[in-house]
Design a binder for this molecule. Structure first.
Ligand code: PLP
Length: 431
């Protein structure tokens, strides 16, 4: 399989696309074509790694990793991804729990897979690959966890001082010597500018082998499509129905993976994007005009994106808004609705949801009767509420139990190096 940029550059192999992250012309990599499957192609595949093997094998055609796919998948899926039925009378509704990985958010799946691939392709103990990652919270922790103790790989995480929650900060700073955590005295945008600046700086780039692990890497999308495949197949085998999915959405990476799985022939019904108050996608579907903008701060902070970069992939794969809106729903949920949704989830389901997941449960409650009754629904839970306890606990009035994965990390010592937002300061640390 060959890969092309959404802006035309290519072809490159999967291995190059994984290594580069972004194409030389600034576009995003997509496979030259999507494989098409029959549901029967998955007969006998009844674990996520088995489903993932069938789905991803064509994407690995011609890759140096082709024979390693099973080992890569075994490393990626070291935790379960169950769809738990919700107590809803007379309706088939479940919660897809993507939060059982090491940092209890769905980004563990993509980061784990990318790490398994890159360490095989690029790990070199004499000249380690340096992965730079700017983070506003969840991404950096997932990447750090995935590359922690990998020989020949080094991770440098940059996060904005004082702008991530206490538990998020701890998760960014509790790793081994090959993970360097930098508390940048600036904003998330400063962190991102430092990463871009370092990669573009010729003397730094000559001294270090750089790569990045941001959410536009094709290596994060491919594994995400597998849990949609697995969940939809399980549901279809059990009921004969194609379930709809409601997906908390920010940069559109998670939802894009679901759309890709449906395009590839998996039994997936309607797909609805749940966004926070950042309305860029909702407005695009309404007005047909793509107007990216600065992001607004919301309670669902990991979805605070005003210019979702994966839209470029979606327009390339499916089409413009007039086509897209016939195939996808989108609804924007404001902070007051998020609060109300967390309260209702707790009283109606008996457990707390995180602010991101609560956008999906809110959109589901708002469905009209035809949509609500006409399909079975799988609501996507993107993070564990214990990660956002300062928002959730005052609303439910109960402490959120800390899951064992998170408790393990919180018990470790944490350390960070504080730096000013300058390339000189970053260069010093990199030495
Ligand atoms: C990153 C993230 C999202 C948004 O996912 P995208 O792929 O950017 O759309 C939603 N919820 C949580 C908890 C996240 O960390």
């Amino acid at each position: 399989m060959q890969y092309f940029s959404t802006r035309g550059a290519g072809p490159v192999t999967l291995d190059e696309a994984l290594r580069l992250g972004i194409a030389s012309d600034g576009g995003l990599f997509l496979p030259e074509r999507l494989p098409r499957f029959e549901i029967s192609d998955f007969d006998g595949a009844d674990t996520i790694p088995a489903v993932a093997h069938v789905l991803l094998a064509p994407f690995f055609g011609g890759s140096a990793l082709e024979d390693e796919l099973d080992a890569i998948l075994a490393e990626t899926f070291g935790f379960p991804i169950p769809a738990t039925p919700l107590p809803v009378e007379g309706r088939d509704v479940s919660l897809l729990e993507l939060y059982h990985g090491p940092t209890v958010a769905f980004k563990d799946v993509g980061a784990g897979f990318l790490s398994a691939c890159l360490s095989r392709l690029e790990g070199d103990v004499d000249d380690p690959l340096t992965i730079l990652v700017a983070t506003s919270g969840d991404t950096g922790a997932a990447v750090a966890a995935a590359f922690d103790q990998r020989p020949g790989m080094r991770v440098v995480v940059l996060f904005p001082a004082g702008r991530v929650s206490e538990r998020q900060a701890h998760q960014l700073c509790c790793w081994s010597d090959n993970v360097v955590s930098l508390e940048v005295q600036g904003s998330f945008d400063d962190c991102q500018a430092l990463v871009k600046g370092a990669m573009a700086d010729s003397s730094l780039a000559a001294a270090h082998r750089f790569s990045s692990a941001n959410s536009i890497n094709i290596g994060r999308l491919l594994p995400q499509s597998t849990y949609y495949a697995d969940a939809s197949l399980r549901h279809f085998r059990r009921t004969g129905n194609r379930p709809g999915f409601i997906i908390p959405t920010g940069n559109l990476g998670n939802a894009f993976a679901c759309i890709m799985a449906r395009e590839a022939g998996l039994p997936i019904g309607p797909i609805i994007l749940a966004t926070n108050a950042n309305r860029t996608i909702a407005d695009y579907f309404e007005t047909l005009e793509w107007l990216p903008r600065a992001s607004l701060q919301t309670l669902a902070s990991a979805m605070d994106v005003g210019d979702p970069s994966n839209m470029e992939r979606l327009r390339h794969l499916v089409g413009e808004a007039d086509v897209l809106r016939r195939q996808l729903g989108v609804q924007s949920v404001d902070d007051e609705q998020i609060r109300e949704s967390i309260r209702r989830d707790f009283s109606e389901f008996g457990f707390a949801t995180c602010p991101h997941t609560a956008t999906a449960t809110c959109v589901w409650r708002d469905l009209d009767d035809d949509m609500a009754g006409g399909h079975d629904w799988i609501l996507v839970a993107t993070a564990h509420p214990a990660k956002f306890e300062t928002i959730v606990e005052p609303l439910t009035g109960e402490p959120v139990a800390v899951p064992p994965e998170l408790a393990t990390l919180l018990a470790r010592p944490a350390r960070a190096i504080s730096i000013q937002p300058s390339l000189d300061a970053l260069a010093k640390v990199l030495e």
